[in-house]
Design a protein. Structure first.
Length: 368
């Protein structure tokens, strides 16, 4: 590709891949702005861009732009105040919300790498991202699709399924049932962010130059290198929780409350108010990655919600037992009926099958 001699010194320092990544962010930026800015503001922004481009064309009509035009457009956008291209990006929470709105859930794990490219992943399968942009699904290479305006991918693990994701920086995620994760194809030099709706256990690859942030609808968790469990289902619990296995994390809620967490501690983050912390056996909280559900003195209502999500079946518990707490463990690999039978025996409940749902309730005197 030819570059005008006058601009070689200025633009040869940019790699083509760098320019593509910057442009992809700008496109994403404008897409988000179209959703969040007024039409008048957007029209004015585009008029300023048009004027900038026209001025450059009138001064240097003889230039053959190629990759130089991309760099010049980038410079113009920086001048407009919408670039700051390594530091500023659209808020990931906004991007993730838009992406999730457009997805159609199925009973299979979906890996969405482009608007028109969705890959199927087997239950329990592993998706691996590489630094060069390559993707492997269960060790099989995925053909790359060049989509410069879509820097983020999404993995959807439906109810009744379980998945594993290794990000480009080497951080490893175990993804629980009913969870969506949005993340960049490749992280930037000093910025690592992902968005989670659901539950993951993540082992973050340490990098002191690039803090790692897990964003949810209710709170953010910032770390350098550590391992912790995040549970934040936007459509279920009124609060989310973080359990730390090692390292240290800083938790910040949407209402502005903050808390630092040390190993073997759990933070419960309400929609409003202070973050509550308590000592726990953190190892119990990631047993779900091995097919075991720890009850952790949880309420029957919360346990039933977990079982319903894991097996993708409807389980109803009576109000008379919903707030009862129970301890122990359930082997999820034995099936839903065995799990409910063990739960019923432990708590002294009755479990019945009614049409398409399982019902848990206290045994009454007139029942056998």
């Amino acid at each position: 590709m030819r570059i005008h001699s006058r601009y070689k010194g200025r633009f040869m320092k940019y790699e083509i891949s760098d320019i593509k990544r910057v442009l992809s962010r700008l496109v994403t930026y404008f897409r988000v702005q179209e959703d969040t800015s007024s039409q008048q503001e957007m029209n004015e922004l585009w008029r300023r861009i048009d004027r900038s481009i026209d001025a450059r064309r009138s001064k240097r009509r003889m230039m053959v732009w190629g990759s130089v035009s991309a760099a010049a457009l980038l410079a113009g956008c920086i001048w407009l105040g919408v670039g700051h291209y390594w530091e500023q990006q659209p808020d990931l929470s906004v991007v993730a919300a838009r992406m999730m709105e457009k997805t159609v859930e199925t009973d299979e794990i979906q890996l969405i790498v482009a608007p028109e490219q969705t890959l199927r992943v087997k239950d329990g399968g592993t998706v691996t991202y590489q630094q060069d942009g390559g993707i492997q699904v269960d060790e099989a290479e995925v053909e790359k699709t060049e989509v410069p305006d879509d820097p983020y991918d999404q993995i959807i693990v439906p109810k009744g399924r379980f998945g594993r994701l290794i990000l480009a920086d080497g951080s490893e995620l175990y993804i629980n049932s009913g969870t969506k994760v949005v993340y960049p194809k490749r992280f930037e030099k000093n910025r690592r962010e992902i968005f989670v709706d659901g539950e993951i256990y993540i082992d973050v690859r340490r990098d002191e130059t690039a803090p790692f942030v897990v964003k949810t609808a209710r709170f953010d968790v910032e770390v350098l290198g550590t391992a912790f469990d995040v549970k934040a289902y936007s459509n279920e619990a009124e609060s989310g929780e973080i359990v730390l296995l090692r390292g240290m994390v800083n938790v910040k809620s949407g209402s502005g409350a903050e808390a630092k967490l040390t190993p073997d501690n759990k933070a419960v983050v309400p929609a409003e108010g202070a973050i509550h912390t308590e000592a726990v056996d953190a190892a119990d909280y990631i047993l779900w990655t091995k097919g075991i559900l720890p009850l952790n003195n949880g309420t029957i209502g919360d346990i039933v919600d977990d079982l319903s999500r894991y097996y993708d079946v409807q389980i109803v518990c009576g109000e008379d037992i919903r707030d009862i707490r129970i301890a122990g463990k359930i082997d999820l690999q034995r099936g839903v009926e065995e799990a409910l039978r063990n739960l019923s025996l432990t708590g002294g409940f009755i479990c019945t099958k009614q049409a398409d749902a399982y019902v848990l309730h206290l045994q009454h005197d007139d029942e056998p």
